[in-house]
Design a protein around this ligand. Sequence first.
Ligand code: ADE
Length: 417
Amino acid sequence: MDFDIANPDLVAEGKLRVEWAEIQMPVLRQIREQFAQDRPLQGQRIAACLHVTSETANLMRTLVAGGAQVRLCASNPLSTQDDAAAWLVQELGIGTFAIHGEDRDTYYEHINAVLDLKPTMTIDDGADLISTLHSERQDLIPNIITGMEETTTGVIRLRAMAADGALKYPLIAVNDANTKHLFDNYYGTGQSTIDGILRATNVLIAGRNFVVCGYGQCGRGVATRANGMGASVIVCEVEPLRALQAALDGYRVMPVAEAAKVGHIFVTVTGDTSVIRREHFEVMQDGAILCNSGHFDVEVSLTDLAEMAVSNRPVRPAMEEYKLADGRRLFVLGQGRLVNLASAEGHPASVMDMSFANQALCARYVAHNERLPIAVHSVPAEIDNEVARLKLAAMGIAIDELTPEQKEYLSSWEAGT
Ligand code: ADE
């Protein structure tokens, strides 16, 4: 079996980590048990490009239980947990190509190694695998029934491809399932971003001016958690509706140029480029902390910062100091990459349980239904509802059912005042 990981001897640590995550992933476990009986993915070859974590290891285990042949590479050079990768190779026996801290060339070599599987399905987080397939490996596209995309940034890229007429096979936007983005993006990013900041810096959040750039589900989650810890939250947005929501949620809303002057901690979660740049660094306070929780490392312009800095040194794991000519020091976490994965462990398993349950059930769905038209599709509502139902059951939460009278009432329009 082909693989490329940091150290296969980390398998024992990996096993402990994967098993601990599994306890928090009851929905995925149930799906895995069902898959082991039904083998719905028999004959499928799945190329996956995901953050290589203990939660992802549990998804891989589910796909393998379903009968699929799987290869996995990292969707970010800094998010790989090398022990989880060792477990995937040594215990699960799947071709894993991921090394924490790999350089850009290795990152793309790994994507290509995964594509050498000649996949019938793809699973992506950020659309780098899909984009490589469409640009360099087009010969493989006819084999592919459908792909799944995990994250907002990836779905935006796919929609851009579809609009350009460049998309060559159907994709399911797993990110857009309610049981994904309302939980993973909000609770997952909210908690794990704070976790990443705390592990990198050990700063007190209370009393700080905490600037959140972007008020989508992820930004909202980060703002809620920072607020809960006593920060004074400032939101920067470009969309009027979201800015208004932030204002009515009780936060100060202002342009980045204003927030830059007063902020102590900055988090970007916009999905766009150069959100914090030269003009903002120029007015920041000494000691400001900068990090990103959006998919790519382009939101805080490290190019501008490197040009402005007179010196640059690592001061703690996952934290670098940039000294400016006037003596001010700005601190960047996780090299401007996803701080929750670069300096912590990503979203907690309990929330990835729902995201990855959607992935597994979508894989079964596409294996057993007619090929979808080439477009970006929603997760079928039955799958979304099934994931919510299974999660509630696993949490021991019962809910009411509509009475026949209530059902009738909802479907009638005559009754009024
Ligand atoms: N994305 C965010 N957190 C993650 C995790 N723990 N595992 C896989 N993908 C993730």
